[in-house]
Design a protein around this ligand. Structure first.
Ligand code: AMP
Length: 422
């Protein structure tokens, strides 16, 4: 897989492997925004913490001290966790989990870039790690306040960006910080850019994009961009019915965004103009409501009876989609083919998931629901890459500038002797 060249800059970004780390303090932006069982005060899925471990281990084993930071949920800014408000958003629970996964103590700061953080950071030795409190306790974080970014920067010598799931946000710990510290991409961020970027810019041909899920409005920009890159585009899930209606089909009570019918028509015309085959499900599994326990029926997707809604792609559509995937060199998949959470409507999504695990295919699964689906089917290890991002993955697929990537400096050039020039 080729190293990703950033679209808007067309050169490589500075990597953590370019930094001379020995004896340095590194502020590491992670995405520790993990799902919580609020009543029990526990983490229900520590996957995002585990995803940060390679960079943390790299930094520690190369003689750096790590000051990790992240946001968690949506606390009220300006409220400290020591009162009753915001307690549930404290990163303490993350610190405990990180410590268990790393097998090292993690020193927990009681504030974000205040007195306690400064004291702990000052005393931090190479090979040690500390964790700041929830970045969103500070109003300056989401406001991208330069004063707050400067305070964060004062804790460390370098900044390493590894929160791929957050790079679409221009917040202080993601974008503003890079104005105050020499900044570089961490290993997770590099991996995401390499796989998703590589699939879009230099895919093993042919490139087949598969989009699903409920909302067309979330994905029009993605379709628009992928039509220029892919050889075929498969659209399933609830969003397919807006396209089927735009083609003149009768979709019963299926999901439809009427205000997106024109945009859907534009995409159908664009696909035709570019010679990209756009596949929609010829048949669907339908029922009166999106609930379990009803007997689904197979219907023609262009003639769905009144009062019935398409809840999964039908058997003919699933077979058609699978045969398109079989001919692909690279597949990018974002969004389920139906209400996969219910066993009655999971077959289409399961068949797509199975087809993309063909070892010949470079398979990239966008985050969110398709990542959940691939895990639900136990196929995570059989695809090339499952992205950790949701919104960030979509914006990347849309070809939009990602502030947390664009702000990183270029990779230094190396001369023939290997000397680095910045
Ligand atoms: P999104 O957040 O847009 O990616 O959509 C994901 C959600 O779409 C999942 O929770 C699915 O259950 C739902 N979904 C997929 N297909 C359909 C459909 N045909 N009708 C209703 N919901 C759907």
């Amino acid at each position: 897989m080729p190293v990703h060249k950033n679209r808007e800059t067309s050169f490589d970004k500075m990597s953590v492997s370019d930094l001379e780390l020995r004896g340095k303090k590194v502020l590491l932006r992670c995405d520790f925004n993990v799902p919580l069982d609020r009543a029990a005060g526990t983490i229900t899925d520590a996957g995002r913490i585990a995803a940060a471990l390679p960079t943390i281990r790299y930094l520690l084993s190369n003689g750096a001290a790590v000051i990790a930071c992240s946001h968690l949920g949506r606390p009220s800014p300006g409220e400290k966790p020591d009162g009753n408000r915001n307690r549930e958003f404290s990163l303490e629970v993350v610190g405990k989990s990180l410590s268990e996964l790393l097998g090292l103590p993690v020193k927990m700061s009681r504030d974000v870039a205040g007195e306690d953080s400064r004291r702990l950071a000052k005393a931090l030795r190479p090979g040690e790690i500390m964790l700041l409190e929830n970045l969103r306790f500070e109003p300056g974080e989401e406001a991208n306040d330069p004063e707050f970014a400067r305070a964060l920067a004062s804790l460390a010598d370098f900044f390493v960006e590894d929160a791929f799931g957050c790079v679409h946000r221009a917040h202080a710990s993601i974008e503003g910080i890079s104005r105050f510290l020499l900044s570089a991409a961490g290993l997770l961020l590099e991996k995401e850019l390499k796989y998703i970027g590589g699939a879009l810019t230099e895919p093993k041909p042919p490139l087949v994009a598969i989009l699903g899920g409920s909302k067309v409005s979330d994905k029009i920009g993605v379709i628009d961009n992928l039509l220029e890159k892919a050889n075929a585009l498969i659209i399933g899930g609830g969003m397919a019915y807006t396209f089927i209606k735009a083609r003149g089909g009768k979709i019963g009570a299926s999901l439809c965004e009427d205000d997106k019918l024109d945009a859907a028509r534009d995409m159908l015309v664009k696909a035709q103009r570019l010679g990209v085959k756009l596949w929609l499900p010829v048949d669907s599994l339908a029922a009166a409501r999106p609930d379990g326990g009803l007997e689904p029926v197979v219907v023609n997707s262009y003639d769905i009876p009144d009062g019935m809604m398409g809840l999964d792609i039908g058997p003919r559509a699933a077979n058609e989609f699978v045969s398109v995937i079989k001919d692909a060199g690279t597949v990018v998949w974002n969004g389920p083919m139906g209400v996969f959470e219910l066993p009655e409507y999971s077959n289409g999504t399961r068949m797509i998931a199975g087809a993309i695990t063909d070892p010949y295919i470079v398979s990239i699964v966008g985050g969110g629901d398709s990542a959940a689906a691939i895990r639900q089917f136990g196929l995570e290890r059989r695809v090339t890459h499952v992205s950790t991002g949701g919104g960030a993955t979509l914006e990347f697929l849309e070809g939009r500038k990602l502030p947390g990537v664009a702000c990183l400096p270029d990779r230094p050039r190396r001369d023939i002797q290997g000397a680095v020039s910045l």
